[in-house]
Unconditional design. Structure first.
Length: 255
């Protein structure tokens, strides 16, 4: 299950991450994950990229190991780490690795895999492996692309021809903003798979329902708080969440 080397698009990803679309993703996902883990718990951030969520969780008091395949993205993550106070830096480490080769038997109070499955050919094997690294009573957090909404962003941006093609063919994959093909999953299928792997209290939330078409350079920052609050309010409500670009699924491992 090879991953793309995001070091090649690191600058573009950072611009996305800092913009309104990235901020909505990071803030909504962080708030959910942080609320599910006991204080001082251990977290594996598999596919940590530049360390955005790893650093946020570390700052919140959790002990975090971030793992990524890209040495360039880990360089960026370690630059973030270097800016933290000394005590926080002691709670945060980064290392090179993949889902497949991560040390067997090592478990955590929470395992996060955000923005990774969409670049794999299939999600089943990855989730089964990730589940093995969650301690009993721990949390699995999956963020990936929503197959149900493919074509919706393109339509909102005015690319009606491409939107029609994606919708009429039921395509699971499309080219994302970074110029890389991404594959979507059905949220219900991921939740069912998590249940099969021993998780209960499984839920999924839509991420970027009303905002995925926005241009960060033209967005009115005075509207950011209101937009994030709107996204949060709709994230677990149908029919709104079905049209989200991404979805965030969580579950707790049965003891």
């Amino acid at each position: 299950m090879p991953l793309n080397d995001f070091g090649n698009v690191g600058d573009a990803y950072q611009r996305y991450s800092d913009g309104i679309r990235g901020r909505i993703r990071h803030e909504l996902v962080f708030q959910v994950v942080a609320g599910l883990i006991n204080a001082g718990g251990t977290v594996l951030d598999m596919g940590c990229g530049g360390g955005e969520i790893s650093v946020r969780l570390c700052e919140a008091g959790f002990r975090v190991l971030g793992v990524d395949t890209s040495s360039e993205m880990l360089r960026r993550a370690n630059m973030r780490k270097a800016q933290l106070p000394e005590q926080a830096r002691k709670r945060l480490n980064f290392e090179v690795g993949t889902i497949e080769n991560f040390e067997p038997g090592q478990t955590f109070d929470a395992v996060c895999c955000h923005g990774v499955l969409m670049y794999l050919d299939d999600s089943c094997a990855a989730i089964q492996t990730l589940a093995d690294h969650v301690s009993p009573g721990g949390v699995l957090s999956i963020l990936t692309k929503n197959a149900l909404s493919n074509g919706f962003r393109e339509a909102l941006r005015g690319d009606y021809t491409l939107a029609s093609e994606l919708i009429e063919t039921g395509a699971a994959s499309s080219i994302g903003n970074l110029g890389i093909s991404t594959r979507g999953d059905n949220p219900s299928a991921i939740v069912d798979l998590m249940k099969q792997c021993g998780f209960d209290d499984c839920q999924w939330r839509g991420i970027r329902i009303f905002s995925d078409h926005l241009d960060a350079n033209r967005f009115d920052e005075n509207m950011a708080d209101a937009l994030i609050a709107l996204e949060r309010a709709a994230s677990m409500r149908d029919p709104y969440r079905i049209m989200a670009r991404l979805f965030h699924a969580t579950g707790r491992k049965v003891r």
